[in-house]
Design a protein around this ligand. Sequence first.
Ligand code: MUC
Ligand code: MG
Length: 373
Amino acid sequence: MSSAVIESLQSIIVDLPTIRPHKLAMHTMQQQTLVILRLRCSDGIEGIGEATTIGGLAYGNESPESIKANLDAHFAPLLVGQDASNINACMQRLEKAIKGNTFARSAVETALLDAQGKRMALPVSELLGGRVCDSLEVAWTLASGDTARDIAEAEQMLDLRRHRIFKLKIGANPLEQDLKHVVAIKKALGERASVRVDVNQGWDESQAIRGCQVLGENGIDLIEQPISRINRGGQQRLNQRSPAPIMADESIESVADAFSLAADGAASIFALKIAKNGGPRAVLRTAHIAEAAGIALYGGTMLEGSVGTLASAHAFITLEKLVWATELFGPLLLTEEIVTTPPVYRDFHLHIPRTPGLGLELDEERLKRFARQ
Ligand code: MUC
Ligand code: MG
């Protein structure tokens, strides 16, 4: 195969409206901001990647603006002129020169995989060793901040056969108010749905002891990141005593974090996120650590748009088991698309294309309309 070199990288910040405010413990989203990466190669092939976080710097160490600045100033010069088909060599070159920045790294790894898939006429899942299924069940997050509105939204999702797993965002309100809210929603939905919570580090250990007990006793299936990622001892103790399983999310900011969490027995489920590991290949390293340690898997999201969502999905469909399903609903939270053919959601599942690369094409006109000037 004749080799192609990377000619340029272009990062674009895109602001898209959401269907409603999305309330998390640390931030209320009124819109979502994506960073789209276009990686152009000498054979005329373009790979697309995405790096997206939540609430500027409210969630993690990288913001859309820092991601763009670092891609432009530090990642691009290291990549231009390199062999575009050698993803190992490109990512190892970045590894040597750049610390952290897993969101930006994920956009690059995604774009390289997309380009290589197009070059070889293979879907990204096949470059990752091959898919074992074509679709993934997708949870929906109820986060309007209002109990009645959340119940109505869940009923609508069940009627549409779009979701039957619901994650509730709590941790911002007083503990008892949050517990009442969750129990009311579970009572209304009963056995028709799996109800889970994400506290986004909103409790301290003393609150979490009661919170986990009450939620576990009331049929809540999973408790995500109840306390600070820094409180490893607390997370180990909760993992031992909570009647509902504890899932690590913010605790994992790298593949190395996943290893130390597994070694410490600090979670029984890992949320897999390409952005927090450094890409679709990197997230599979975390998945393999979990598999070796007997930790169950969940396909997480940073509420990416279609590019990041399908990049995640191509990695997740190569895994043997995702016991806790996924939450790859990011595109459904947005009122606008920047790709020509949006991902397909049907019968509670996201269906992953078999076309080359990620299976997406940017809609130039829409991208231009929503790109930040
Ligand atoms: C998170 O903390 O898991 C995922 C779904 C959602 O509503 O928020 C995100 C982030
Ligand atoms: Mg979470």
